[in-house]
Design a protein around this ligand. Sequence first.
Ligand code: ADP
Length: 586
Amino acid sequence: MSDRAALMDLMAPIRGRVVAASALQVVYAVSALVPFVCVAELARELLAPGPPDGARVWTIAAVAIGGLLVRFLAFGAAGAIMHFADADLQLHLRRRMAAHLARVPLGWFTDRNSGQVKKAVQDDVREMHHLVAHALLDLLAAVVTPLAALAYLLTVDWRLTLVTLLPVPLFAVAFAVMMRGFGDQMSRWAEANERINAAVVEFVRGIAVIKTFGQTQRSYRRFAEAVDDFADFFGAWVRPMLRLSGLSMALISPPTMLLVVLAGGALFVSQGWLAAPDVLPFALVGVGLTAPFLTLDMGSMRLRRAAESAGKVAALLDSPVLPEPEEPVAPEGSRVEFRGVGFSYDGETQVLREIDLVMEPGMVTALVGPSGSGKSTLAKLLPRFHDVTEGAVLIGGQDVRAIGSDRLYRHVGFVFQEVQLLRAPVAANIALGRPGAGTEEIERAARAAQIHDRILALPRGYDSVIGEDAHLSGGEAQRVSIARALLADAPILVLDEATAFADPESESAIQDALSTLIAGRTLLVIAHRLSTITGADQILVLDGGAVGERGVHADLLAQDGPYARQWAAYARASERDWTHDEEVVR
Ligand code: ADP
């Protein structure tokens, strides 16, 4: 769908009101002209030879006042209707996005996509607001008023009207010359801008390193060069354009128009083609004829930007959702099985292939393997962050796709590295795991997760709002998410063990919290520290998305394969420094 079509489509719910407001705006735009026309008509009446017609003079005065009144009423009504319609549209769009986002796969929420959501919900919807609430009506008035003026002037004298319009073709030529190659230049402009941004980001991100190694001068130079390049390019592009732009704007500016009208009028009157008072309407109304050319440009830019934003919102609303089963089934027990599972993010690169795995209830299964071997991807298929592209994941004998997400999350809990806390009270964040949980249960979970005391130390205890008066460290946030998982009490748990040492300060607290959490559950753990999984019931060594080796620690060591080598490397590193293992050093 093109951006324009997307815009029309998204605005469909308020189409009726947009039409009504536009009609009112047309009334406004025409009535805005009425007082000027009346003044001109009054002058023609009074200056005409012979005594003025009193009744006609009064009628003109009454029409002028009426015009003024209608103008204000129509303007207010059109604006009000559009603003209400706009507020409804924004609410409607944000609700639609929220409803849609609730149905996309959890795995969709990568950093990039989350940024896109923020941009769509805030910036893009706001861009559409500018269009709906302001630009559309402005644009309409900018076009209708001069058209009405043109119609009126044609009734006065069509020949002088044509003369009045003389500057327009000249303007068109100058403008066309100015816009030559605009598209190319715009993309060059965007590129140059991007280079500056990149240079700034590089400079700021690396500031500590740059300073430490005394590279400030060099690094700064790169930034300065990017800015100089940009300035050169921009100057070369814009300078001649500004000259032309000044010229074209001057051509249709009110003084030029007045000059043309008066010169033309003088000629017409001296030749006896027109009575002198008849020049007055042109002087009063004609000078504004070209005004839309000044505003149209900006209005069309707004329209383009709004259409672009609409395209992004539409794309977001179009992102594939996770199909929910029509008649959800209930898993029997919590035995987990991966049957011939294959997965690809993009439909091309195979990230996982032929994964067979059985996890009996209460069993601990560890995933190890080099970075990028597919551990996280495999683990995330169980809580259905994505759907498999081949094979099936089963819980209690049922395909996870047939279970329905509500029930699935009662069976599978997860604690991953990227902790998600909501801007809500701490208690509510923990209770996400089980809506409706009582204060006592929440506190019990927090205590078991070793975070209760820390929460009590917050300004408002459990009522403190994350991000407002509750500022938690990474490790503390992780313990809140562990409390959440504890409260949810799902029999199956997927865990990224890196969680345990993301924050050295609270490492032992997190370890303790985790041991409480995993007790008695069926556990799938992404292992980083081999020492913690020596007791696992089964270890899967992933290699390029396939299971390279599997077994218990002792057997794997005896096989003397990749696991044994990884273990040896790990043991050597641990001797040097127990916090170092392959993943950390990476
Ligand atoms: P590991 O957890 O073992 O480090 P991952 O499961 O994170 O491995 O990654 C496996 C492969 O899938 C890598 O090649 C990675 O680049 C790719 N990958 C991971 N996440 C995504 C994603 N959201 N979109 C596309 N590719 C991804």
